[in-house]
Ligand binder design. Structure first.
Ligand SMILES: [Zn+2]
Length: 270
């Protein structure tokens, strides 16, 4: 069942520093007695109130995520640590956030970066691994890019939230996107580019953002280059305008190319 529009399924990237007037990572890490399990993987420092023995593969994957983003997106290596705070129970997670970030709206998982290192918070639900990869992607992106268009930030997080070995062809959005293109529906990138607030993003918008990111990364060397150049402009603190305009400048009919890419999916993924 689709969640109601406005109640996005799991994510909240804190874009307003004013909302985050709460604790910093160093303060939260200093309460070491609360963190019976700790691990390090790449730039990530994981702190959990439950044993992480069953989550070693996830933690190893986080270490790989940093390299994957650097390779795929041509991003500079993160210059600061990212802290993950994981909770066994939802109630503990909610109480913790209420205590340290009283102004932050309740969400299933969070990435908060206001001052100092980025922080990811999540609890042990059936989607913990997806939530962690999703928010960790936001956290990695924002170590080198201060501001990104909402659709692209979420589209990239949706792309990298999938388990590493399923990332290329195993995302649950694939069948819906392929069905839509067969029916002649191509999501308008320009419509996605108008989204300004996470509350405007429902399941369809997440799916469409994922689809455009997948297309950009894998459709051709040209689309991949455009995506990397566009991100580089953001990383340099410049305003590159809308990506749809970049695509139109360098390729004919991006929507048709998008449709062809997903129609040929089975061939492309072999
Ligand atoms: Zn997100």
């Amino acid at each position: 069942m689709h969640p109601p529009r406005g109640l996005t399924r799991r994510t909240w990237l804190l874009r307003s520093a004013a909302l985050a007037l709460g604790a910093g990572a160093s303060q939260l890490c200093a309460t070491e007695a609360q963190w019976p399990a700790e691990r390090a993987a790449g730039v990530f420092r994981c702190h959990a109130d439950f044993s992480l023995d069953h989550f070693e593969p996830l933690i190893a994957e986080l270490g790989e995520l940093e390299n994957d983003l650097a390779r795929d997106l041509d991003l500079a290596a993160p210059r600061e640590e990212i802290h993950l705070f994981l909770f066994e129970r939802k109630a503990t997670y909610e109480a913790y956030l209420k205590q340290y970030f009283p102004k932050v709206p309740a969400r299933k998982a969070l990435f908060i970066k206001a001052r100092g290192p980025g922080m990811v918070f999540a609890y042990r639900s059936g989607e913990l691994e997806i939530d962690v990869r999703h928010e960790a992607t936001h956290a990695l992106l924002h170590t080198s890019i201060q501001s990104l268009p909402l659709w692209l930030d979420e589209g990239l997080a949706e792309y990298y939230e999938v388990a590493r070995d399923q990332r290329l062809a195993g995302c649950p959005y694939v069948s819906g996107v392929r069905w839509n293109v067969r029916l002649g529906y191509v999501p308008e990138l320009q419509k996605l580019e108008k989204l300004r607030d996470i509350s405007e993003m429902g399941k369809d918008e997440y799916r469409d953002a994922w689809a455009w990111v997948h297309f950009l990364l894998h459709s051709s060397a040209t689309t991949h280059r455009i995506l990397r150049s566009y991100l580089a402009q953001h990383a340099a603190g410049k305003d590159p305008g809308e990506l749809s305009a970049w695509l139109r400048r360098d390729m004919a009919e991006p929507e048709t190319q998008f449709s062809l890419y997903f129609r040929r999916w089975n061939v492309v993924q072999k």
